[in-house]
Design a protein. Sequence first.
Length: 373
Amino acid sequence: MSTAKEHAVIERIHAAGRECVVALTGGGSRAIADLLAVPGASASVLEAIVPYAATSLAEWLGGKFDQACSDRTARAMAMAAFERARKLSESDSEKLRGIGTTASLATNRPKRGPHRIHVGWQSAEATVSYSCELVKGRRIRVEEEAVATDLVLHVIAEACGVADEAAAEPSVDEPIVRREQQASREWQELLLGKRQSVEYRIAAAPKLVFSGAFNPPHEGHRRIIKVAADRCNSEVAMELSIVNVDKPTLDFIEIADRLENFGSAPVLLTRAPTFVEKAALVPGSTFVVGADTIARIADEKYYDGNLDKRDSAIAAIASRGCRFLVFGRAVEGRFILPSDLNLPRQLRELCDEVRESEFRCDVSSTELRTAAE
C-alpha cells in the first residue's frame, strides 16, 4: 500500500502525459501494484511485465545477457520496454518511456554476492540508470523490497518529468550511482529508424569494414586490424550496429561507452544487424570477420530454417560487390578456419582466408567480461 506521498507522486505520473512500459525482475514489483492502485493508470501504464525466469528475461531482451542483475541488464530491459511501448502506442516517440529494473535481494538461502538494485529508464532522447548496493544483512526481504519499490517509483517519476516537483531522492542510506547519456540528434534518428548510419572519422567509402560488438575491444581485435590493413593496404573502419539479431538493442550509455573505446579509429555506427543490410550501406567493401561469424551467415537457423532465404541473402551480399576476409577462431578448444566449415559454395567463393600462421589469438570479449564481473 503506497503512502500519501507516494500516492501524490503516482497521481502526477498518471497526469504527466507520458506512456510507459515497465519491466521488473528480482525485486521492486510492488511498484506495479502501487501504480495500478491509483486511479488514472491507463493514462501512463501501457504494460507491466515481470520476466522472472532466466528464459523469460532472455526472451524479453531479445537475446543473450551476461548477468541477470547488473546496470547493463537494467538498461537493456528499459530499452526493450521502450521498443515495446513504440509497438503498443500510437503516440509520438518523445512521449514514450521504457522502465527496466533488476534486483538481487535477500531470499530464503544465503547469497554470496551483494544485495543490489539497478533501475533504468529509456526515452527517444536519453538513457538514465540508477544503481544501489544495499548493506547485506541490514534489512529483511520485505524491507529491501520497500527500498526497491521506492527507487523504482522515483525513477518512473523522473522519466515522466515530475520528480523535481514531487519526489525526493529515495530514503536509503547507501549511496546511489546515477548515470545519464543524452542522445545527439543523429543517435535519436538511428534508434527510431529515421537513418541507417552515423559516421565518425570516415573520409571516404570504407574498403575494409570490421563488424562486431567490441564489448570490450581487446588485443585480438587490434591484431586483426593490423593484419587486415597490411594485407589489403587499406584503413580498417570499425562497424558497430546498435541493433543485433540475438542481442538487445544498444542504449545511449552503451553506445557512448563503446565509441569511447574506439579512440581515434574510423567508426561506422549503424542499425544494420545483418550482412545483407551492411552490404547495402557499404557496397564494394570487404568485411573483416571471424570464422564463427561466417559460420552464422551460413547457418539456416538465422533464416527460419529456409535454405532459399539463406542463399538469397548470400546472393544479395555478392551482388553488392562485397567479400569477407575471414580470421580463424578457437571454438571449444579447436582452432577453426573457413576451410574447416561446411559453407555453401556461393559463400565460400566470397571468402579469403587468413592462415593460422598469420594470426591466432584465443582471447574473447565474452571471457574478458566474465572475468571482470
